[in-house]
Design a protein around this ligand. Structure first.
Ligand code: ZN
Length: 250
């Protein structure tokens, strides 16, 4: 599946569950942008992918390390174990960020912000690139937004009822959305890697899609866009508004 569809599916996944968490307003916009980035995070195991090219040779080299450690492309990072490891890593990056004590413009222990800051800069920049937002300045927007979010602690908002930071939730949701997307294609995903290399799929073989072919461009992409638009409209209170107008009209 293409990078921009993975990014869209991540944002859609967050917008779909936002009322359950509940996350609203600026926090919702930030979290949806973040989940667009985590929607392409699993492809960090492929040195040529969108996310691996985000910061040139820096992320390229990192992708090569991930590729080696995770057993190759579409292996460890496309498994449930990979999702669990990344979610826990994001959780602890958030905990460490939280312990930096940013109070009224004064930071103690600034280096505690570094792991979460790097992760956010990568995810925002990669998400913007995948969605063609910001053109050549996508990375600048991504880094700027990461700095603002870290400063405000927006990624650490605890979502009920689990009291987990929104950062960890975004990593988990985006990666799961990515894996579901790849499971619509002929390749499938090795969900239980490294226990078994069997590639699981969501559709019967004859109707699975091929990346960047007609079905993805004319069915999957428009459906993702429409779904995202609907959930954002609903999250912004469109539902309540229509109901009120309906009542007022009677
Ligand atoms: Zn993938």
């Amino acid at each position: 599946m293409l990078g921009h569809d993975h990014a869209l599916s991540g944002a859609l996944a967050f917008a779909a569950v936002a009322p359950l968490l509940p996350v609203t307003g600026t926090h919702l916009a930030v979290a949806a942008a973040l989940t667009a980035g985590t929607g392409i995070l699993p492809d960090l195991d492929e040195p040529g992918s969108t996310i691996a090219r985000t910061f040139g040779f820096l992320t390229g080299a990192f992708a090569w390390i991930v590729h080696t450690l995770s057993g190759g492309h579409r292996k460890g990072t496309h498994s449930l174990l990979g999702v669990a490891i990344m979610t826990v890593a994001a959780y602890f990056a958030g905990q460490w960020q939280d312990s930096a004590h940013v109070t009224s413009g004064h930071i103690q222990l600034w280096w505690h912000l570094v792991p979460a800051g790097l992760l956010l800069a990568l995810l925002f920049s990669a998400g913007f690139r995948a969605l063609y937002i910001g053109g050549h300045h996508a990375d600048l927007f991504g880094i700027g937004l990461a700095a603002l979010v870290i400063w405000q602690g927006w990624d650490l908002e605890k979502v009920t009822p689990w009291h987990v930071s929104v950062l960890a939730v975004c990593v988990c949701l985006g990666m799961l959305a990515h894996i579901a997307g790849d499971m619509l294609t002929h390749d499938g995903c090795p969900l239980l890697y490294p226990l078994t290399r069997y590639d699981f799929g969501l559709l019967p073989e004859p109707i699975r899609i091929t990346t960047n072919k007609l079905a993805e461009r004319w069915v999957i992409s428009p459906l993702l866009l429409a779904g995202l638009a609907y959930f954002v409209w609903r999250d912004l209170g469109g539902h309540a508004l229509t109901a009120t107008q309906h009542l007022a009209g009677r």
